[in-house]
Write a protein that binds this ligand. Structure first.
Ligand SMILES: NC(=O)c1ccc[n+]([C@@H]2O[C@H](COP(=O)([O-])OP(=O)(O)OC[C@H]3O[C@@H](n4cnc5c(N)ncnc54)[C@H](O)[C@@H]3O)[C@@H](O)[C@H]2O)c1
Length: 456
């Protein structure tokens, strides 16, 4: 029996004997984690790691897209603006959306792609085509894992919209499948390509912050209108609010902070504690806006409005991570990083560097933009900025195509997809257990120690 199993067994036996008080003391002393059944140590390797695995070089990136709703259509337009991308296949449940995507492709000068619109599982037929290199997936969250697995199993690299997946089991499935099929499974975390995020990454690399200590990340976005609408995300995104309680959308703020800290590249997320505020925002919005005869009145919302989690890394750094999409608050990903020499905080952007002139007050970032602005922004910033979401969507896709054409490793791999998405499931577990600490599985199977720094 492994030591982990022995520990779980002895804890179970202890609890069974009813020595509650003793159990509490032992739990405190031996740091027993809430996720007893999830292996916190590396799970057994199925195959070789995907860390550092480069794409095969190719001139043209042949693309399939699954899901052309709001996000998929926007991203398709960006893909179509990038040279050397050929869109060969589109899938969506709704035929009109797929036809619209065909029209967009043709209008952009491409050949009319084939469409797959015959029900929930027609994406499997798209995956089987032999003229695709990469399949981009922008469907509701519950579809992400089976679609990515189908794409990789059919020999295609894939990219999942955020969050990559919902559960720890799905996280592990992505990793296992990517390793077994030798296909990349990327998380398409566009916020990692924001101007400030890439500039701060450069500043950290240049040593401006000294040793890092703490980061703060969030997705605070008033989505009440979208989530209560009768189209797009309104058709599926209230469901998690009726079944889950935690941070169900963790990666927009967390991805960039993970890059700053070298997560999966010299450090890794170790454990998390989480708590949720009461749920009030959706009830208040529904009472104000939704007619009393709407079926939405039969829903019961259980996801606490503001979820706050704290993550400790193996290297001892700390991260505060928040989620609130249910209340009237200005948009905020926080995007804070602090070290022994400096602190940066976004929304609005500001920096304080030890010894800077004046009082202990933040200044703007103008003085740093030119020196530390990322080369991707220097080269492609103008094109990107005209293309929505502040340019980060275009830049992410541009960089993906660059990596695939030049035979580089992707900036964000399956280990990032799993560990940046895992706080969703882990925060739910912690919240359900009065904020007990919950271990992150080591999705890299111990290999996080072997590489350094983000690739961008
Ligand atoms: N990175 C970002 O900034 C960002 C922004 C918005 C949304 N997203 C993510 O993008 C994804 C899609 O969100 P959205 O806003 O486009 O939602 P949406 O509801 O507008 O689009 C989802 C599309 O998927 C299609 N679909 C559903 N099940 C399908 C199936 N089995 N086969 C084929 N098609 C299917 C729907 O018909 C719909 O057109 C989500 O994961 C979301 O979290 C990311």
């Amino acid at each position: 029996m492994t030591d982990d199993k022995k520990n779980q067994l002895s804890r179970r036996q202890l609890l069974k004997t009813g020595v509650g008080l003793l159990g509490a003391t032992v739990a405190a002393e031996t740091k027993i984690f809430a996720s007893g059944e999830i292996p916190a140590t590396p799970f057994p390797a199925q195959s070789e790691s995907m860390i550092g695995v480069k794409f095969d070089k190719r001139d043209t990136v042949r693309l399939g897209v699954i899901g052309v709703g709001g996000r998929g259509t926007g991203m398709l337009s960006n893909f179509l603006a990038i040279p050397n991308v050929q869109v060969n296949a589109i899938c969506d449940l709704v035929r009109e959306k797929a036809v619209h995507a065909q029209d967009l492709t043709e209008k952009a000068g491409g050949k009319r792609p084939e469409i797959y619109t015959s029900g929930d599982h027609d994406y499997e037929n798209l995956c089987k085509r032999d003229d695709l290199d990469f399949i981009y997936i922008a469907t509701p969250w519950d579809w992400h894992a089976p679609m990515a697995v189908a794409a990789m199993t059919s020999g295609k690299h894939t990219g999942l919209e955020v969050p990559a997946v919902n559960t720890l089991e799905e996280c592990q499935k992505l990793v296992d499948t990517s390793e077994k099929t030798r296909r990349h499974c990327m998380i398409m975390e566009n916020c990692c390509y924001g101007f400030n995020e890439l500039m701060v990454l450069n500043m950290i690399r240049a040593g401006l912050f000294g040793d890092l200590l703490h980061g703060e990340a969030a997705y605070i976005h008033d989505l009440r209108g979208e989530i209560f609408s009768d189209k797009g995300e309104g058709l599926w995104r209230r469901v998690p609010h009726t079944t889950r309680n935690g941070n169900v959308y963790p990666t927009h703020g967390l991805g960039p902070v993970a890059n700053y800290m070298g997560i999966n590249r010299g450090d890794r997320f170790d454990y998390l504690v989480s708590m949720s505020s009461p749920q009030k925002g959706f009830d208040a919005y529904r009472a104000a806006k939704i007619p009393k005869d709407s079926p939405k009145w039969r829903e019961k919302y259980v996801l606490g409005d503001m979820n706050t989690s704290l993550i400790k890394t193996a290297g001892g750094l700390t991260i505060m991570l928040q989620h609130d999409v249910s209340n009237p608050r200005p948009y905020d990903r926080i995007n804070l990083i602090s070290g022994v020499k400096a602190v940066f905080r976004d929304y609005p952007e500001r920096i304080y560097v030890d010894g800077q002139p004046g009082e202990e007050a933040f200044t703007g970032i103008e003085a740093y933009r030119e020196k530390y602005g990322h080369k991707l922004w220097k080269e492609q910033g103008q094109t990107a900025e005209n293309r929505g979401h502040g340019g980060m969507d275009y830049l992410m896709l541009y960089r993906l195509v660059q990596c695939m054409r030049e035979g580089l490793e992707p900036d964000m791999d399956v280990y990032d997809a799993a560990s940046w998405s895992a706080p969703a499931a882990l925060s739910e577990k912690s919240v359900a257990q009065e904020s007990a600490p919950v271990k992150f599985p080591d999705f890299t199977r111990g290999r996080w120690k072997q590489r350094n720094g983000a690739s961008q």
